[in-house]
Design a protein around this ligand. Structure first.
Ligand SMILES: Cc1ncc(COP(=O)(O)O)c(C=O)c1O
Length: 355
């Protein structure tokens, strides 16, 4: 994996958020700054990792066309307190790394790439996750390649790699009992990924599938040998998975967003904004049996445990995305007829929206 990523530093841990935590702990050693800038619309695991590292979460609104930062706002947010900016390739769509890297170089901040949803994707030929000072991938459920849960922290910098290795050395591997629990969970997940069985997890609330949780007390461990074993064919699996995701993205792009760029993006899911929350909810109700789902329920600023810190701040684009976004499945278990049914239903709805 080190060779594939072209990096010198790489650590395998229990989740993507644990990988981000590891990176943040390493950066803390290298700089006295304590603020982490992240998109106002992102996975709640990201602010949870920042909180766990004892750092301050600073939010920047996003561009609803690209899901990347609103770059003008970013330029006003990054300052002399910024330890790093978390550049996020949400849904596999590459963030504008040139712009973010240039801004952060001027202001003396690190850039960390959140490539949790973008493993194997590229921008200008460069592998996402490996462009900035450090980056991480997720091996969690529904990711480009998965072993149930897991995370990979990478860096090209010898200095960050050294600091990361020192933090990693303090982590424990899971106990045999924890490994058994992980194994049973992987088994349940591998069954539930089939569309015909989407109803099953609804009867297993203890799996907490599909929930967006903010929990700074998440486990931080090394990746188990069992999970590493389950991932041993990751490279071939990643290739097959991403080929399918590129094809699905092209299909949905051509039918639902004809003006969108034709770049080959391995969409983890294909994002689509509806014109209102009501229409979004009706679309979701009609298509959820085909794997159409919602994403994060609110902007990060509305997470109850940290909302107090953002009193008076507004993130209108993040709010609009939280209110109106549906995401379409792009993985290999979606059949061609299901894909056609999804785009047919959505094109009809969008024609209705336009008229
Ligand atoms: C954008 C993003 N960042 C970070 C994470 C955290 O990864 P993990 O679930 O492996 O902790 C996820 C996971 O869903 C994610 O989608």
């Amino acid at each position: 994996m080190r060779e594939y990523c072209g990096v010198s530093g790489l650590c395998l841990v229990s989740s993507g958020q644990a990988a981000l935590y590891l990176i943040l702990e390493a950066l803390k050693v290298l700089s006295p700054r304590r603020d982490v800038v992240m998109p106002a619309y992102t996975c709640f695991s990201v602010p949870a990792a920042v909180a766990r590292a004892g750092l301050r979460i600073r939010l920047c609104d996003v561009d609803p066309e690209t899901f990347d930062f609103d770059h003008e706002l970013l330029a006003r947010t990054v300052d002399s307190e910024t330890l790093c900016v978390v550049a996020t390739h949400l849904f596999g769509i590459p963030a504008d790394m040139d712009r973010i890297t240039r801004l952060c170089a001027d202001r003396g901040a690190f850039v960390v790439e959140d490539a949790a949803q973008a493993m194997g994707g590229r921008r200008d030929g460069k592998l996402l996750g490996t462009i900035a000072h450090a980056g991480f991938f997720s091996l969690g459920r529904g990711k480009n390649v998965t072993c149930g849960s897991g995370g990979i922290a990478v860096t090209r910098s010898a200095e960050i790699a050294g600091a990361m290795a020192r933090v990693y050395a303090t982590l424990q591997p899971p106990t045999s009992f924890q490994t058994l629990g992980e194994f049973l969970r992987v088994l349940a997940l591998s069954i539930c990924i089939r569309p015909a069985l989407y109803w099953l997890p609804a009867g297993m609330p203890f799996l907490r599938l599909g929930e967006t949780i903010f929990d700074p007390n998440f486990p931080i461990r090394r990746l188990s040998g069992m999970k590493a074993g389950l991932s041993r064919r990751w490279r071939r699996r990643l290739e097959v998975s991403n080929d399918t995701r590129v094809r699905s993205g092209r299909h949905f792009g051509a039918t639902l967003r004809p003006n969108a760029s034709r770049t080959a993006i391995p969409y983890l899911r294909f994002p689509l904004l509806m014109d209102s929350r009501d229409r979004r909810d009706r679309t979701h109700a009609a298509l959820r049996r085909l794997g159409v789902s919602l994403m994060y329920p609110t902007p990060v600023s509305e997470i109850p445990a940290i909302r107090w810190a953002y009193d008076g701040s507004r993130f209108p684009a993040a709010q609009r995305i939280a209110d109106t976004l549906v995401t379409l499945p792009t993985h290999e278990f979606v059949s061609e007829p299901d894909r056609q049914a999804i785009s047919h239903c959505l094109s009809r709805q969008r024609a209705g929206m336009a008229s």
